[in-house]
Design a protein around this ligand. Structure first.
Ligand SMILES: C[C@@]1(CC(=O)O)C2=NC(=C\c3[nH]c(c(CCC(=O)O)c3CC(=O)O)Cc3[nH]c(c(CC(=O)O)c3CCC(=O)O)/C=C3\N/C(=C\2)[C@@H](CCC(=O)O)[C@]3(C)CC(=O)O)/[C@H]1CCC(=O)O
Ligand SMILES: NC(=O)c1ccc[n+]([C@@H]2O[C@H](COP(=O)([O-])OP(=O)(O)OC[C@H]3O[C@@H](n4cnc5c(N)ncnc54)[C@H](O)[C@@H]3O)[C@@H](O)[C@H]2O)c1
Length: 153
């Protein structure tokens, strides 16, 4: 497959539901909040990092429970980031059925969009992807761009 086109989306007020409240969810929620999204995290166990963030951020709500099949409604975007591949698959299938854009962190084949590495400084925003072919390189390039933006912006 060819490279994915970097579409820049207005996230202001968009309703994002994130399943899973661990390391990956925390990293991505932090980014989404920076762009004005309204985020709901649903998971039986939620990290301290997210709990702290929820105390400071009105746009972040936490729900301490498991995903329930058929539950999705009034949501613009879904991230499946639980540690259970089967659960992520079920979330993916429900989103497909309801035509809700979905990203499954454990399976690049089940992503309507990839989550990029994000470097942001003032009005400049850069999104980085290696198209699912090299996550570590995407991370390295993002870190270098962050340094560069700090220097020149
Ligand atoms: C850019 C970044 C954004 C972010 O996540 O915030 C990102 N992955 C990052 C890091 C990273 N990811 C992984 C490792 C562990 C080391 C390794 O495996 O090499 C590390 C390195 C680390 O964390 O140090 C593991 C991993 N990742 C995916 C799978 C499943 C699969 O490939 O099928 C698995 C195996 C899971 C497992 O089996 O357990 C899938 C995806 N990860 C993506 C994005 C999407 C496009 C990827 C691309 O552009 O190439 C894509 C395709 C879909 C999506 O999730 O959107 C962020 C770097 C930026 C930053 O850190 O600033
Ligand atoms: N895309 C990426 O960049 C990337 C990188 C590393 C790992 N991963 C994948 O992302 C996923 C999450 O990784 P992590 O390190 O954040 O895991 P983690 O163990 O830190 O967190 C897992 C979370 O899933 C929740 N969970 C478990 N069952 C659930 C259910 N039925 N409903 C809702 N939530 C449920 C747990 O309560 C916990 O909050 C894994 O599948 C991992 O393979 C992706």
């Amino acid at each position: 497959m060819g490279a994915y086109f970097p579409l820049f989306i207005n996230m202001e007020g968009k309703r994002v539901q994130v399943f899973g409240g661990g390391k990956i969810a925390a990293r991505r929620v932090l980014t989404l909040l920076e762009f004005g999204a309204r985020v709901k995290v649903t998971a039986p166990m939620i990290s301290k990092e997210l709990e702290k963030l929820a105390e400071q951020e009105n746009s972040l709500t936490l729900e301490y429970r498991r995903y329930q099949r058929g539950e999705l409604k009034e949501v613009d975007l879904v991230l499946a980031a639980t540690c259970e591949d089967k659960v992520n698959d079920m979330i993916f299938m429900e989103c497909r059925q309801k035509e809700i854009p979905v990203n499954v962190a454990s399976d690049q084949e089940k992503c309507d969009f990839y989550f990029p590495g994000v470097a942001k400084e003032g009005e400049i925003t850069v999104g980085v992807t290696a198209g699912g072919k090299n996550h570590k390189k995407a991370k390295k390039v993002t870190e270098r761009i962050r340094e560069l933006l700090k220097e020149i912006c």
